[in-house]
Design a protein around this ligand. Sequence first.
Ligand code: IMP
Ligand code: MG
Length: 191
Amino acid sequence: MSDFSNPNFPYDFIGQVLITQEQIEQRVAELGHQITKDYADSERLLLLGLLRGSVVFMTDLMRNIHLPITLDFMSVSSYAGATSSGFVRIDSDHKTNIHGWDVILIDDIVDSGYTLRTVSKLLRDRQPHSLALCALLDKVAQHRVQLDIHYLGFEIPDYFVVGYGLDIDEKGRNLPYIASVDLEKYQRGKK
Ligand code: IMP
Ligand code: MG
């Protein structure tokens, strides 16, 4: 068998694996089944993902939803490096007219909660039939605003994490698990 190992991957700033690939797979299947049940009567179900972090989660989740769905995306930024700015900018809006749709807004992780709060406020003004929030991860201790996450994968402690779509400066999105980042090593590596 050929050796695909690469000394630069996975990155040396990876700390510990917090959630394994198997745990993610199982939880995403459960969320998909729950959504399938909850939206059995829905006539127009839209999965609206926030780019780019939610993409891996969303593509797995949608295959566990056994209902007709439509996909759309928005791109927002609130973050530079590893600190929350509290300022959320809409870089690119969704294309679907969501008036009358059942919308599930999907993000990778809730930290301060500003992103999901800001985007959900904006979406409510567009009068969907319903709006639910879904996130793979939640750093509950970090919340700055009150938020109802209807579909949540896992609560995690206050680590900066990468993998399964999540990044640090665009690195780590393609890792199949969720791992903490050793921020000291990461900073050293940048010099
Ligand atoms: P919030 O607006 O503070 O809730 O931040 C949410 C956004 O920050 C998410 O969409 C992520 O893009 C990013 N984020 C927060 N924590 C992490 C992390 O640990 N790893 C990677 N991205 C994160
Ligand atoms: Mg994000």
